[in-house]
Design a protein around this ligand. Structure first.
Ligand SMILES: Cc1ncc(COP(=O)(O)O)c(C=O)c1O
Length: 434
């Protein structure tokens, strides 16, 4: 069998080289995407190898990825999921587990988050019958601040769920300290920030749990995929149960009786000795990833350091190139942080002699892709109107983001030539409207 596999994989490598010729950059014609997967020969080969072996469910590549990724992100446990949104759903749902006893979150409990963000950072709060408490963000970092979070803490507050916006860390050490002082759980949505540092420490290592997305726009990709990481073994066990149908047993598929007690449990009102593999201690889901995703994750992970460096380099080139351009508010790294950037965010000054829409239309016409800072002010979307929530302070900056903000790409496939064309195009537009 293996005799036949190697020649197939050699053909795949050749195919990759032929199917991926160097693209010449033609300004105004070649699309400059805001984000995208960066996939090489090894990635394609790993995908085909997993397919050849028909590893179609979660299996050894997923397990290998989970342990390598946990080590890389300095957490004890990682659980792969089918998306970053599922990872957020699992992390928040885990806080409602009866296994947490008095610490368990109950319907009506409040969770602090930001109004300007990605919907599925917030949705699991509502999906679990909890109440989101929205605070505003700072305009140059697009993140919550510790004082805004502190002002939002009330008698029903039990947790804080925040994303590191576009790779830029929120002041996570201060917010983790606040959470500790007030007995709150902290979940870091690290979907956009793998490799970012705050006080020299990786984001995702300050809170109780952290989540990652492997959608193609992100630092690593599996096509679709995500991960929940934690060093709290009790939370890890709950996440696993919720991910895997709610079962109580922790044997991997294909394994059985790792605890040597498979037929000795008595739980609920089940008969004694009921097979532990089929005892359910949570109202769970099935949010697992497949081994084909795991195989791609492993080859992508080997390139993570290079991806992070390229994102930082690209962000710096745009930041230096656009410095001083009038009418634009440029992004800044949060003090004490070293971001692994997801995108380069720009806010058009409301007083500028041009609008965000005009600038975006100009760039898109030149094939320079732009994206919104996700939902802008979430509370203004149809999905959230009429839902239980509390707003603390004014959402002024979230509204500015809704009206005036967009972001452009820094992902590793962008070349200096492309980035310089982006900078020159923005300058040309601004000069023409001066
Ligand atoms: C901050 C943040 N959280 C969560 C998600 C959801 O991840 P996924 O698309 O894998 O569901 C995203 C997606 O881009 C995101 O940017």
């Amino acid at each position: 069998m293996s005799d036949r596999k190697e020649p197939v994989l050699d053909e795949v490598r050749k195919y990759h080289r032929e199917a991926s010729p160097e693209r010449e950059f033609i300004p105004g014609t070649t699309e400059i995407w805001p984000s995208g997967a960066v996939l090489d020969e090894e990635d394609r080969t790993a995908l085909v190898e997993a397919a050849l072996e028909m590893r179609i469910a979660a299996g050894r590549s997923c397990r290998k990825f989970e342990s390598a990724f946990a080590r890389r992100l300095k957490r004890r446990k990682a659980h792969l999921t089918n998306s970053g949104s599922s990872a957020n759903l699992l992390a928040v749902s885990a806080l409602t587990s009866h296994l947490l006893e008095e610490a368990q979150l109950k319907p009506g409990d409040e969770v602090i988050t930001v109004a300007a963000g990605f919907p599925t950072t917030v949705n699991p709060i509502l999906q679990n019958g909890l109440v989101p408490v929205f605070v505003d963000v700072d305009l140059t970092t697009c993140n919550a601040t510790a004082d805004r979070v502190a002002a939002a803490i009330g008698p029903k507050t039990r947790a804080v769920v925040l994303a590191h916006a576009l790779g830029n860390p929120f002041p996570v050490a201060e917010i983790a300290r606040l959470a500790e002082e007030h007995g709150l759980f902290l979940i870091e949505d690290n979907c956009d920030a793998v490799g970012s540092l705050y006080d020299g420490k990786l984001t995702g290592t300050f809170g109780d749990m952290t989540t990652v997305s492997f959608y193609p726009a992100h630092h690593l990709t599996m096509g679709e995929g995500g991960c929940v990481l934690t060093s709290n073994l009790a939370l890890a066990r709950i996440v696993e149960s919720l991910r895997d149908w709610g079962r109580d047993c922790w044997c991997e598929p294909g394994e059985s009786d790792k605890c040597l007690k498979r037929f000795t449990y008595q739980m609920g009102t089940l008969p004694a000795g009921y097979d532990h593999k089929y005892i359910f201690s949570h109202v769970g889901y099935n949010l697992k990833a497949t081994d084909i995703q795991g195989a791609l994750g492993l080859t992508q992970l080997a390139k993570l350091d290079g991806f992070i460096e390229a994102r930082k380099r690209n962000w710096r080139r745009l930041r230096d190139g656009l410095d001083g351009v009038p009418g634009l508010l440029l992004p800044d790294a949060t003090p004490r942080s070293d971001p692994s950037w997801f995108g380069f965010v720009l806010t058009v000054d409301p007083e500028a002699p041009f609008s965000r829409a005009e600038l975006v239309a100009f760039l898109e016409d030149r094939k320079i892709g732009t994206r919104r800072l996700f939902a802008g002010n979430l509370t203004r979307h149809p999905a959230y109107i009429g839902r239980p929530h509390r707003i603390v302070g004014e959402l002024t900056n979230s509204d500015v983001i809704t009206d005036q903000t967009f972001w452009i790409g820094v992902y590793p496939a962008l070349t200096d030539e492309m980035l310089d064309y982006v900078t020159a195009s923005i300058k040309e537009f601004v000069a023409a409207h001066g």
